[in-house]
Design a protein around this ligand. Structure first.
Ligand code: SAM
Length: 248
């Protein structure tokens, strides 16, 4: 089982350090000393002189953010928004294109009734499938090769509730989305650039009702002692999310 080790600062201006240990079968070497495998297995607190390490089991969310990325994954904050806006729950059937590193499929297979996923690149598909195995993903997914821009290559999943579209030219996948989605179903376009969102929105015809295009900004704060302020880091832009519903 994977573990998280946290080393609390032991001197002024030192940052808190976090280590991810993929499995507890071997000793783990930090910059401050070695944590042996017995301590890793047991978890809890380990002290070396002035240094204190806290060890606890890694959860799915810890593993998700450390996925091997063949391609860029959808961030947890954006996934959270998608789920909240579209109401994904245990009865929902999802279509995830492009599958990429498998991050969306891994996350949603834990929550939804079924996740169908496609990618046009075999090597991305293979890497993503390895990630699903590593994350011990519930087998509620079905992953295949297919081209979002060609509805004939996407199998006959035509009762989809939520279609997540993370491909470079999502406007070219509208025919596929129309074929796959239920009436009232959600299309979520995930686009790093606003020009991509614009082209997607411009391509919508009377079959679609645009709900909104938005961006979610996450601002982390440092809280503790007298230093209470935003973490000095650029706002990390991830992507624009365009929420659309199929109306006919
Ligand atoms: C940014 S990645 C998706 C990452 C994925 N959402 C995740 O969180 O792991 C984009 C993926 O879309 C795939 N792709 C590009 N064009 C496609 C198409 N026409 N049909 C299906 N997949 C496509 C690429 O091979 C790539 O794996």
């Amino acid at each position: 089982m994977a573990r998280i080790i946290v080393k609390e600062p032991s001197r002024k201006r030192e940052e808190r350090k976090e280590y991810y240990v993929p499995n507890e079968e071997h000793d783990y070497h930090t910059d401050f000393g070695t944590i042996n495998k017995e301590a890793l297995k047991k978890c809890g607190v380990v002290v070396f002189g002035k240094e204190t390490f806290r060890i606890y089991p890694a959860t799915f969310a810890d593993q998700y953010t450390r996925l091997r990325r063949g391609v860029q994954i959808i961030t947890p904050k954006d996934l959270g928004l998608m789920m909240a806006e579209t109401g994904i729950d245990r009865d929902t059937v999802v279509l995830d294109i492009g599958f990429g590193s498998g991050a969306v499929t891994a996350y949603l297979s834990r929550i939804a009734a079924k996740v169908y996923a496609y990618d046009v690149e075999k090597h991305n598909l293979d890497q993503g499938l390895k990630n699903l195995e590593e994350l011990d993903t519930p087998k509620r997914y079905d992953v295949k090769l297919g081209d979002a821009y060609n509805p004939d290559t996407i199998a006959q999943e035509n009762e989809i509730d939520v279609f997540i579209l993370d491909v470079p030219e999502p406007w070219r996948a509208l025919a596929t989305a129309k074929k796959a989605l239920k009436q009232g179903g959600w299309l979520v376009g995930y686009t790093p650039c606003i020009t991509q969102a614009m082209q997607l929105v411009d391509a919508l015809d009377g079959s679609w009702a645009l709900v909104k295009t938005c961006e979610l900004i996450e601002r982390e704060w440092k809280v503790g002692g007298q230093a209470v302020r935003p973490v000095t880091r650029d706002f990390g832009h991830s992507a624009f999310l365009t929420f659309v519903r199929k109306v006919s």
